[in-house]
Design a protein. Structure first.
Length: 175
């Protein structure tokens, strides 16, 4: 039996603006929950419109200096919502990755070292958020999407549906 040329990884992903947020972590860490919370945050206008890319398994395809994220065909549009089961929702494929969130990360810290905020997937370097076990990832991801260049849709700051743009910017320490 031959191994697939583009194997999948265990994880979930959503498209926020023009980039994918890839969520990794052990089983039960809250990957699907964070993906769904981000979809809800997008619907409420806290972040740009957010759409499911994939849940449970992801295909990662390096193309030049970008990493395209897609669901395996058989899982497209399916997401687990704990307490409700597997649900179907709108999804997209072939979205360039912009941010990786590692749940239950052993190297999570209050003030992480710069190397902890970067990772490489399939040879492509990406921004990363290491999240400690038991810590809520949603506020960290929203903060990253509104302060890390290239993670979100830059038009969000001037085209906010709630008419009060995002005024949070990185500190000089992160520029």
């Amino acid at each position: 039996m031959t191994a697939p040329s583009n194997p999948t990884i265990h994880g979930s992903a959503v498209q926020v603006g023009d980039r994918a947020v890839v969520i990794r972590g052990p089983s039960g860490a809250g990957k699907s929950r964070l993906a769904f919370d981000l979809i809800l945050a997008g619907r409420s206008g806290q972040i740009p419109v957010t759409t499911l890319v994939g849940d449970d398994r992801l295909r990662l395809e390096p193309v030049g200096n970008r990493l395209l994220v897609s669901p395996p065909h058989e899982l497209g549009g399916l997401i687990e919502i704990r307490g409700l089961g597997i649900r179907r929702c709108a999804f997209v494929a072939g979205v360039p990755a912009g941010l990786v969130v590692d749940l239950c990360a052993a190297d999570a810290a209050r003030l992480p070292v710069p190397d902890a905020l970067r990772t490489a997937l399939r040879g492509v370097e990406l921004a990363r958020i290491p999240v400690a076990a038991g810590f809520s990832a949603l506020p960290l991801v929203i903060a990253a999407l509104t302060t890390i260049s290239g993670c979100g849709n830059s038009s969000f700051t001037t085209d906010c549906r709630k008419e009060f743009g995002n005024h949070i910017s990185p500190t000089i320490a992160t520029e």
